[in-house]
Each structure stands twice: as structure tokens, then as C-alpha cells.
Ligand binder design. Structure first.
Ligand code: SF4
Length: 374
């Protein structure tokens, strides 16, 4: 049974211009109904999870919930699930939605990891992204997290922001490491269709950095974070030794998980399912004591192999050669040119992308799938 649990909290102060996540503006009364619905879903699905190794409360902006709603959420979690004594319990937070007492309250409930969306420490870039906070607020929030006893916290950063330069990105990296997070995620900004940012770029009002600049930022991130002891363990993720995100590692290992909340996905026994993405629909379904399932489908063998490769090669340690061989996937044989050209390499008993390969991994995966006939 899955031992990894995700809970989606779909509320934020406002909508960032690049956001295509499931989130709506916060409304106290709706949030209360939503948390009650989550408790209902926990009660209905409590027998479909094993002893939990991780709980990840993501969003949205979970830190927007009041102490009272957090208490309710954790009381329901404890009433319905068993946790391992060393469970990693993460809450996503955003600057501008956290007080010292709220962070201490989370700690008192058993939360032991906070992942904060800083994105940039340049105020112009934060405005371009439509973030609700300044760089100063992000620095203060990181201080609150540390002073509240959270030794394990993570910062999310972004590169490839319109107007960003290699200099401002290096300044953001320097500021980030000076806050001493145990983990840093550095994502390339991808403007998604349907977002305000996509429109602004389409109309020429904002201009993305060119590809060479983005490559330079990727290299600068790796160089700066490695020099401070952060291990690059996944395309966009870095951690000090012992602080890799256990919850996300399970996704990349294609492990089972259970997802609660509007739009949340679950994966177990080669079946992927998804809850209703309509927040009111999700709540009403649970208020009628019905499971809020939107879709559920088995994963066929070819799709399973594509997922295994796509997810496994995201990790810098790559995939075990014996796992590939057991699935009849001879990537070294059919992609010898990618090894010769320095995009893939064999490290010990694993196959992995090189740094050069990770930078264009999507393009390379299309070639690999084509060669394997997947
Ligand atoms: S804080 Fe995150 S989830 Fe909320 S609007 Fe911004 S990007 Fe979207």
C-alpha cells in the first residue's frame, strides 16, 4: 500500500502571473468547508495507505490556512493514518502568509520540513512574476522558519524570468545560500498557455531571456550551489547531504502514493487516478459522502516503461542498468551516439544524463523513446 501521502490546499492570496496550478483566491469559509471535506476523504481512504513515510502538504499556499484549520487537518491525519516515527512532513509556504506563531504551531503539530517559494530575491523580477511579496519579506520569512526550530527547510527559486540577467540570478543564488536552507529547488520558468505571463510574452510586452542566457543560468546554478556543498540530485533539485526530499524521490522512483484534495493524483497497483479538480464540486461530493474521483485508468506496459525512463533519468544518479535490462530496454545499445556525444553516460551500474544532457533532457527523451519504439 502507498506510504507517501500528498494533500492539496488550493488557496492563495492572489494568482501569480505564471501560475497554472490548481489554486483560487483564499476564502475563509470555503477553506473551512474544504478542510472538512479533506477530513471526509481521509476517513473514506484510510485503509488504502500503509504506515506513512512522508506527508507533503502542497498547493496553492498551505501556509495561508489558519492555526485552527491546520489543527483540524492534523487531527484528522492522526485519526486516520499511521505515521512512521521518522516521517518527513512537509508544508509548502509562501512569504507574506506566515507569522512566527503560525510556523511554531506547524512545528507543534509535527511538521518537520517547510518548503518556501522565494523564486527570486530581486524585487523587479518578483513583480514580473506577480508574486505577492518582496525579497525582504522572503528573507524575514526564512528567518522566522529557522528561529522557529525548523532545521530542514527548502527554498524554491526560478531562472529564465523576463528581465533576469546572469548577474541578478547570481545575486539570487548568493542570497539563497546565505539563508542556509538544507535544500534548494531551481526551476526554469516555462510560460504555460492560459497564463497571464504567456499572454504578456505573446504580445511582446515581456521578453524571455534567450537560450544561451538560460544555459548560462543553469550552469551558474550548478556551480554556485555545488560550491556550497549542495548535491545536484535531480534536474531541478539540490540538497545538502542527508536532506534530499524523500517525498519527491518516491515520485521519481515511480513509487506508489495517495493524493487527497481537489485535483490530487494517486498511483497504486499501476492505476493512476485523479480527484475532481473543481473545488466546489470536490467539497460537495464529500459532503454527500461520495468519493470525489474524476478519473481512474490502468497504465499500460508501454506507458509504464516511458514513465520509468522519464522519471528515472530526472535523477542525476540515473537508472540501474539491471532495471533497464529486466524491462528489455537496451538504451545504451540503441543510443550509443548519445553516449559518444556526451549526453548520456554509464556511471558504475547506472545510466544517467550528463550535465549537458540534463540541460536538453526533454529533447533527448523524445529521441530515446523513438529509438525504443515507445
Ligand atoms: S503561490 Fe504558487 S500556487 Fe499560488 S498563485 Fe503563486 S504560483 Fe500559483
Amino acid at each position: 500500500m502507498p506510504e507517501y501521502l500528498y494533500i492539496h490546499i488550493p488557496f492563495c492570496v492572489g494568482k501569480c502571473l505564471y501560475c497554472d496550478f490548481l489554486s483560487i483566491p483564499f476564502d475563509e469559509a470555503l477553506a473551512e468547508r474544504y478542510v472538512n471535506a479533506l477530513c471526509g476523504e481521509m476517513a473514506m481512504r484510510k485503509d488504502s495507505a500503509g504506515t506513512l513515510r512522508t506527508i507533503y502538504i502542497g498547493g496553492g499556499t498551505p501556509s495561508i490556512l489558519s492555526d485552527k484549520l491546520f489543527s483540524t487537518l492534523f487531527a484528522c491525519l492522526k485519526a486516520n493514518f499511521l505515521f512512521s516515527s521518522s516521517a518527513e512532513i512537509t508544508v509548502e509556504a509562501n512569504p507574506g502568509t506566515m507569522s512566527g506563531s503560525a510556523v511554531r504551531h506547524m512545528a507543534s503539530l509535527g511538521v518537520n520540513r517547510i518548503s518556501m517559494g522565494a523564486q527570486s530575491f530581486d524585487d523587479d523580477e518578483l513583480r514580473t512574476l506577480g508574486r505577492i511579496h518582496s525579497s525582504r519579506e522572503a528573507i524575514l520569512s526564512a528567518g522566522l522558519i529557522r528561529e522557529s526550530g525548523f532545521e530542514n527547510f527548502s527554498l524554491d527559486l526560478m531562472y529564465g524570468i523576463p528581465g533576469q540577467t546572469i548577474t541578478t540570478w547570481r545575486e539570487t543564488l548568493s542570497q539563497a545560500v546565505s539563508l542556509r536552507p538544507k535544500h534548494i529547488s531551481a526551476y526554469e520558468l516555462t510560460p504555460e498557455p492560459g497564463t497571464r505571463l504567456y499572454e504578456l510574452i505573446g504580445s511582446g510586452r515581456l521578453v524571455m531571456p534567450d537560450e544561451d542566457s538560460i544555459m548560462e543560468m543553469l550552469d551558474a546554478g550548478l556551480e554556485r550551489l555545488s560550491s556550497y556543498g549542495y548535491e545536484h540530485y535531480e534536474i531541478s533539485n539540490y540538497a545538502l547531504p542527508g536532506y534530499r526530499c524523500q517525498h519527491n524521490l518516491n515520485y521519481w522512483d515511480r513509487g506508489k502514493y495517495i493524493g487527497l484534495g481537489a485535483g490530487a493524483h494517486s498511483f497504486s497497483k499501476d492505476i493512476r487516478s485523479q480527484n475532481l479538480g473543481d473545488i466546489t464540486g470536490y467539497i460537495e461530493c464529500l459532503e454527500r459522502s461520495e468519493l470525489p474521483l474524476e478519473k481512474s485508468a490502468p497504465i499500460g506496459p508501454e506507458e509504464a516503461m516511458r514513465e520509468m525512463i522519464f522519471l528515472g533519468l530526472r535523477k542525476t544518479e540515473g537508472m540501474a542498468l539491471h532495471t533497464l535490462a529486466a524491462s528489455g530496454l537496451d538504451i545504451p545499445g540503441c543510443c550509443a551516439d548519445l553516449l559518444d556525444e556526451g549526453y548520456l553516460r554509464i556511471k558504475g551500474n547506472s545510466l544517467c544524463f550528463t550535465q549537458k544532457g540534463l540541460a536538453i533532457s526533454n529533447e533527448l527523451l523524445v529521441r530515446i523513446f523513438g529509438r525504443l519504439g515507445l
